[in-house]
Design a protein around this ligand. Structure first.
Ligand SMILES: [Fe+2]
Length: 444
């Protein structure tokens, strides 16, 4: 075995080890019965998640001629949606095929881990495929981080159904409220000048292909909410008959309100006149000062219309998060270019397991003064998810084929791993989805 000398490879190796460990930590507190259930067609069984991300690394090994022999594992069960890898088990069938079994999944992980480590340790600096290999492993790490967050959505969705507040997901690590969770003295909306803005990622670090290429867009001057919309504000919309008045709703959204009798965000219910919810802390009243979460695009849009505002475009959101008028450049995060910490944002690695109240993280504000643009809750934008002009795919079927009928979300949530998110990161979901940890802020 050769010694790892390439700095990029050695960073990649430690990231790989860290990512794989965190997935196992998230998984290990589950009982077997809870690990194989698909709680909702939107989600997947946790056991499927941990095997599927392993399958993804397995495909990378295969691509570079390093296939491994895996007995008894039906790899077709683990292919999520890649036509190029042939047979696919439809997403809604995942809960009906609890294979590999949990112990087989863990063994599969161990085998693929060993092979990825050996593969990386043996790479020669002169390998002509070096940059492609580095991208693919980074993609594998990033893909696994995305599934870590999806697993947390599934935990919330699954355990919420049991009325016993203690029959709940038990995080391997949970920190009490951070000292940075405090309310600043906040103006309601912040003015952002218009003009030409360069939308998208720029820099040398990892980004997905859908953040590229950076390109010019024109923005009119606008005002943006300093914080995400709070539960307290959202309750005013509910109390004012927001869910009962078609005038606030897009047509498809109003159909959903009628059909599914929506009257509040997902997971809310009313007991003795008080809105409550079961989350990772049990059954508790809805906290007025926390950002509203688990709302669909339609609910966000209806609220904005009721408030005589609108949802931002992704360019308006990104400029408010990124642009620094003093240095005349964009930053990777609202606070600058250095990575997130639990002093400037609430991401998975803070292990708070809930959004922080609106106005937290004074250190995490953008140049213009916006709070919590990274972390806490994903923010719906009104932009359609389409590929930027000049887009070039770096891994087919990953980001490209989804550019239809989805809305862009920005900023990450309290369940997003810190190494995944940045200002230019584009998430996308169908407008009716409520299971992801999404909220929003408005503009006018
Ligand atoms: Fe996946």
């Amino acid at each position: 075995m050769t010694k790892v000398v390439n700095k990029n490879i050695s960073i990649l190796l430690s990231e790989f080890i860290e990512v794989r460990k965190l997935t196992e930590n998230l998984f290990k507190s589950l009982n077997a019965e809870d690990a194989v259930i698909q709680s909702d067609p939107f989600g997947s069984p946790p056991n499927w998640h941990i095997s599927h991300v392993t399958w993804f690394f397995h495909q990378i090994l295969r691509k570079y001629g390093k296939d491994i022999s895996i007995d008894k594992i039906n790899l077709n069960y683990l292919n999520s949606y890649y036509q190029k890898f042939e047979k696919i088990l439809p997403k809604n069938e995942r809960g009906k095929f609890p294979r590999p079994t949990i112990s087989e999944s863990l063994l599969y992980r161990e085998t693929v881990d060993k092979n990825i480590l050996t593969f990386l340790e043996e790479i020669d600096d002169l390998n002509p495929m070096l940059s492609e290999i580095i991208y693919d492993i980074q993609l594998g790490n990033q893909h696994e981080m995305q599934h870590q967050e999806l697993m947390v959505y599934d935990f919330q969705n699954y355990f919420e159904r049991f009325p016993d507040p203690y029959d709940n997901y038990k995080p391997f690590k949970i920190h009490g409220s951070s000292e940075f969770v405090s309310k600043g003295n906040i103006e309601e909306m912040i003015s952002i000048p218009g003009g030409i803005y360069n939308l998208g990622f720029s820099g040398d670090a990892f980004s997905y292909d859908n953040e590229l290429p950076e390109h010019k867009v024109y923005l009119y001057p606008y005002k943006i909410d300093a914080t995400p919309v709070s539960n307290g504000d959202f309750m005013k919309f509910i109390d004012d008959g927001g869910y009962k008045n078609y005038k606030f709703w897009l047509s498809d959204g109003w159909d959903l309100v009628q059909e599914f009798k929506w009257e509040a965000p997902l997971y809310w219910s009313k007991r003795d006149g008080i809105w409550i919810k079961k989350d990772f802390f049990g059954l508790n009243p809805i906290q007025l000062e926390e950002p509203v979460i688990n709302v669909s695009y339609y609910e966000a849009d209806a609220y904005a219309k009721w408030a005589r505002k609108r949802l931002p475009t992704e360019a308006e959101w990104e400029k408010a998060a990124s642009w620094n008028e003093d240095s005349n450049r964009k930053s990777l995060y609202p606070w600058g270019d250095y990575p997130p910490t639990s002093e400037n944002s609430n991401l998975l690695d803070s292990f708070l397991w809930k959004p922080s109240i609106c106005g937290s993280y004074e250190n995490g504000r953008s140049f213009y003064g916006c709070y919590q643009m990274i972390g806490d809750v994903w923010e719906w934008t009104c932009s359609e998810y389409s590929l930027y002009p000049g887009f070039k795919s770096k891994f087919s079927e990953y980001t490209d084929k989804w550019a239809i009928n989805q809305k862009v979300l920005r900023g990450g949530s309290f369940a997003t791993p810190k190494n995944q998110i940045r200002n230019s990161y584009r998430n996308y979901f169908k407008p009716h989805e409520r299971i992801l940890f999404a909220g929003f802020r408005c503009v006018k």
